[in-house]
Design a protein around this ligand. Structure first.
Ligand SMILES: N[C@@H](CCC(=O)N[C@@H](CS)C(=O)NCC(=O)O)C(=O)O
Length: 209
């Protein structure tokens, strides 16, 4: 089977969720750089030929294109039988946490990091609101990880790949991660996976960010 192609860029935690899954499971893949900071995802060409939603990541598998990191992870987990739900109950639990990640965790964290760290926008009511949303979601994740080593139990699943996507950007996160002790230990466990790499070592980085 030819390697998967992944439309991605180093600053994208959403793309990292998929890149990390592929890399740590030794699944052959190659990056296709998306020039997000110069507006590539907003172009008609990108929307017509790559993703109607105007987003990265996009996974190319033969003549199929998959989008939405949670859907891509689900596709890969089913295809490779790695870190998938082993029962309908586990599958449901994984879906629940991926939806929580997309809506409550990744969404405010990615937006806040984009505004404050990458675009150097001044602090405002908006950034304070996003910080409140992000830290509330982090507290929920931390409490979940007090119960078992990974999000849905003792075993790593694609829910972990989804939820950790933005949390390896360290100093770029404009809030204090220090108080989330269970998240810290969980990230250490993920960092210990064979072939783990930081996002900037896994995907091509934008020059303009
Ligand atoms: N829910 C989507 C979010 C994807 C997303 O927001 N990607 C960003 C990069 S991290 C993007 O391409 N944004 C383009 C835009 O909003 O114009 C996923 O999980 O794949």
């Amino acid at each position: 089977m030819p390697p998967y192609k992944l439309y991605c860029f180093g600053e994208s935690g959403n793309a990292y969720k998929v890149a990390l899954y592929l890399e740590t499971n030794a699944i052959s893949w190659e990056p296709v750089f998306v020039d997000f900071f110069n507006g590539e995802t907003k172009t008609a060409a990108y929307r017509e030929t790559v993703n109607v939603m105007g987003e990265a990541p996009v996974l190319v598998c033969g003549d199929q294109k998959h989008t939405q990191s949670g859907a891509i992870l689900t596709f890969l987990a089913n295809m490779h039988k790695k870190h998938d739900g082993k029962s309908p109950e586990e599958q449901q639990e994984i879906l629940r946490w991926i939806l929580f990640d997309n809506h409550k965790l990744t969404s405010p964290i990615a937006t806040l990091r984009f505004m404050v760290t990458l675009k150097k926008m001044p602090e405002s009511d908006v950034t304070e609101h996003l910080r409140g949303r992000a830290t509330a979601a982090l507290a929920i994740l931390d409490a979940q990880l007090a119960k078992h080593p990974f999000v849905i139990g003792p075993r790593l699943s694609i829910a972990d790949y989804s939820l950790c996507g933005y949390l390896f950007y360290g100093d770029e996160l404009p809030f204090d991660m220090g108080k989330y002790k269970n998240i810290k230990s969980w990230l250490d466990r993920i960092r210990d996976l064979p072939r783990w790499k930081h996002p900037y070592d896994l995907m091509p980085r934008s020059k303009a960010s």
